[in-house]
Design a protein around this ligand. Structure first.
Ligand code: SAH
Length: 362
């Protein structure tokens, strides 16, 4: 790196990452924001890419302890969008000038291998947009078929790289290793690969979050999403003081705050300088006025405007109070572009690959 970055940026190891996560002094934090913003500008530029998000189903077979659409939550009305409805959202993405459409859902077994492949083919053929899938853990073969059908990217957060904490918040899962294996498999198939963690999960220590950051570097991820954990009252983890989910001991618990999220976003930029990093909706939920902008000014370069039709959007309640839940797609598009321009950045054009890593299009 030839521009004027302080030496500590190059030497980030676990103990300095942990010290930064614990840092509370405003002048030091200004230094962190400045370094992250500088690296962001040099490595991914001023464009803010917009990834149009379509939440295609809230059916889920999993029982993730934090997630509002977990199988055991009988309070949620379930929906599954029809291919035609999803295509209409993808057309809107193109009309708004977005370069990417992201299809996300619970782990819905009605989404067969072929159903998803056909949907991907139709979206790719009709819109030419980059296609990101975020459909959870699937058999290895599904990822291959979907890549062949035209999917470009896959998002699968590891949520925490701490094996004990991972097992605690994912009852009935085989553990974090299969997830890491999937990320490697996706990379081998030529996908751009995204992962990330939640910040402030009960039981998550500073040491654990600093190890997450080291893993982002090691996995050479193309996309990294980090956002605050937000308790959902209809989940086991959302019950205050639940005996199965103790805080990390001895002052080691990471708080699920806005400030901790900015620190994690900024450090993520410093450990993975050319990754695409979103300023997440969960962050905007903690601070609807300024959260997205502050994320973008402290390392992030991506936003994910919601394209899900409002009637479904309210039902995709992975956490409560989700920002922009009652806005139409057109309102989201206008609002976000205004926010991007107000901080002196420009809405991105084109698919917005990780610089220098453009994959083959199928
Ligand atoms: N079923 C897919 C998509 C899950 S929703 C999958 O498993 O990959 C996308 C992300 O929302 C999750 O990966 C998780 O990090 C986040 N999320 C879920 N519940 C949350 C909560 N209560 N607070 C904050 N983020 C949450």
């Amino acid at each position: 790196m030839s521009w004027s970055l302080p030496a500590w940026v190059r030497n980030l190891d676990q103990s300095s990452l942990e010290a930064w996560l614990r840092q509370e002094e405003a002048p030091r934090l200004e230094e962190l924001w400045a370094a992250a913003d500088l690296v962001r500008r040099e490595r991914v530029g001023d464009e803010v890419h917009r990834r149009g998000l379509v939440e295609i189903s809230n059916h889920c077979v999993r029982r993730c302890a934090y997630c509002g659409i977990r199988a055991a939550n009988s309070q949620v009305a379930r929906y599954r969008m029809e291919p035609e409805e999803i295509l209409a959202c993808a057309r809107q993405a193109r009309a708004f000038g977005y370069g990417t459409v992201v299809l996300q859902s619970g782990e819905d077994q009605a989404h067969t291998t072929q159903w998803v492949a056909e949907l991907v083919r139709r979206i790719a053929g009709e819109t030419g947009l980059a296609i990101t899938l975020s459909l959870g853990e699937r058999p290895a073969r599904d990822y291959e078929v979907w890549r062949e059908a035209g999917a470009d990217r896959y998002l699968l957060r590891v949520e925490t790289t701490d094996p004990v904490l991972f097992a605690r918040i994912h009852p009935g899962y085989p553990g974090r290793e299969p997830r890491l294996a999937i990320l490697r498999h996706l990379r081998g198939l030529g996908y751009e690969v995204g992962s990330g963690v939640m910040i402030g999960i009960p039981g998550q220590s500073y040491a654990s979050l600093s190890r997450d950051l080291l893993l982002f570097r090691e996995l050479d991820l193309d996309m990294i999403g980090v956002g605050p954990y937000i308790p959902h009252p209809d989940t086991p983890l959302g019950v205050d003081g639940h005996p199965d989910f103790p805080d990390a001991p001895d002052g080691g618990q990471v708080p699920n705050t806005e400030g901790m999220t900015y620190k994690t976003v900024a450090l993520t930029r410093l450990v993975r300088p050319d990754a695409n990093i979103p300023s997440t909706t969960a962050l905007a939920t903690l601070n609807t006025e300024q959260g997205r902008e502050l994320g973008l000014r402290r390392g992030a370069n991506i936003v994910m405007p919601n394209l899900t039709p409002p009637a479904y959007r309210v039902l995709y309640e992975i956490y409560p109070g989700k920002a922009c839940v009652s806005e139409t797609a057109a309102q989201c598009a206008l609002c976000l572009d205004g926010r991007i321009q107000a901080i002196g950045r420009v809405p991105g054009t084109g698919p917005g690959w990780r610089p220098g890593h453009e994959p083959d299009r199928r």
